[in-house]
Write a protein that binds this ligand. Sequence first.
Ligand SMILES: *[C@@H]1O[C@H](CO)[C@@H](O)[C@H](O)[C@H]1NC(C)=O
Ligand SMILES: *[C@@H]1O[C@H](CO)[C@@H](O)[C@H](O)[C@H]1NC(C)=O
Ligand SMILES: *[C@@H]1O[C@H](CO)[C@@H](O)[C@H](O)[C@H]1NC(C)=O
Ligand SMILES: *[C@@H]1O[C@H](CO)[C@@H](O)[C@H](O)[C@H]1NC(C)=O
Ligand SMILES: *[C@@H]1O[C@H](CO)[C@@H](O)[C@H](O)[C@H]1NC(C)=O
Length: 173
Amino acid sequence: MISKWIILGAYLTVAFLICSEAPFAKMTNVVCESYNKSWVVFHYCRLKAYSRNKTSLHINMTVLWPTNNITLKMKILKKASGYKPFLFDYTFDACEFMRRRNQPVAKIIWNLIKDVSTVNHTCPYGYQALSDFHIIRIPLPWPTGDYLLLGDWLFYNKPQMGVKIYFNFVEDW
Ligand SMILES: *[C@@H]1O[C@H](CO)[C@@H](O)[C@H](O)[C@H]1NC(C)=O
Ligand SMILES: *[C@@H]1O[C@H](CO)[C@@H](O)[C@H](O)[C@H]1NC(C)=O
Ligand SMILES: *[C@@H]1O[C@H](CO)[C@@H](O)[C@H](O)[C@H]1NC(C)=O
Ligand SMILES: *[C@@H]1O[C@H](CO)[C@@H](O)[C@H](O)[C@H]1NC(C)=O
Ligand SMILES: *[C@@H]1O[C@H](CO)[C@@H](O)[C@H](O)[C@H]1NC(C)=O
C-alpha cells in the first residue's frame, strides 16, 4: 500500500547555494521536521560548506500523497537577545500563489529560485527538483545580523512540515 502512494506522490529535491558576493548572506544551520511522517518524509536536510563564506542547502524529501491544498506560513526573525519578528510574518495559499504569483514577498523568494527549479507549476506536485541555487543579492535593504527564516506547510489546514533556515547577512555598503 505504502509503495503505491510513494509512486503516486510528489518528490522534491532542493539544493541552495549562497555565494560570497558582497553584500552576502550565509546559511549557518538548517532544521527540517515532518509533523506527519505518513505524509511527508525528509531523507536529507543539511548544509554543505564550500568555503568560509559559502554554504549550500540540500533538502531531499518525499510527499507521499499528492495534495491540492497547501498553506504556507512564512516568517523571518532577527536575533537581538533572542529571535524577534522581523520584516514579515504571513500566511498564504501556496497553490494559488503558484497559479497567480500574487504574494509580493513570496515572489521575491520565488524569483531567486525559479530559474533553477522545476517547481514551476501549481498543485498537485509530481517529481520536483531544484539544484545549484545561487543567491547573488537580496533585493532589499537588509541590516547586518543573524536571521532565522521559518516555513511551516499546512495541507488542508493541518501542519505537515516545517523548515528552519538560519543565516547571517553582512551589509557591505
Ligand atoms: C497525516 O497524513 C495522512 C496521509 O498520509 C492524513 O490522512 C492525515 O490526516 C494526516 N494527519 C494529520 C494530523 O495531519
Ligand atoms: C533522495 O533521497 C532518497 C532516499 O534517501 C534517495 O533514494 C534519492 O536518490 C535522493 N535523491 C536525490 C536527488 O538526492
Ligand atoms: C569572505 O568574506 C569576507 C568579508 O567580505 C572577505 O574578507 C573574505 O575574503 C571572504 N573569504 C572568502 C574565502 O571568500
Ligand atoms: C517546468 O520545468 C520543466 C523542466 O525545466 C519543463 O520541462 C516544463 O515545461 C516547465 N513547465 C512549465 C509549465 O513551465
Ligand atoms: C483547504 O482545506 C481547508 C480544510 O479542509 C479548507 O477549509 C480550505 O477551504 C481549503 N482551501 C482551498 C483553497 O481549497
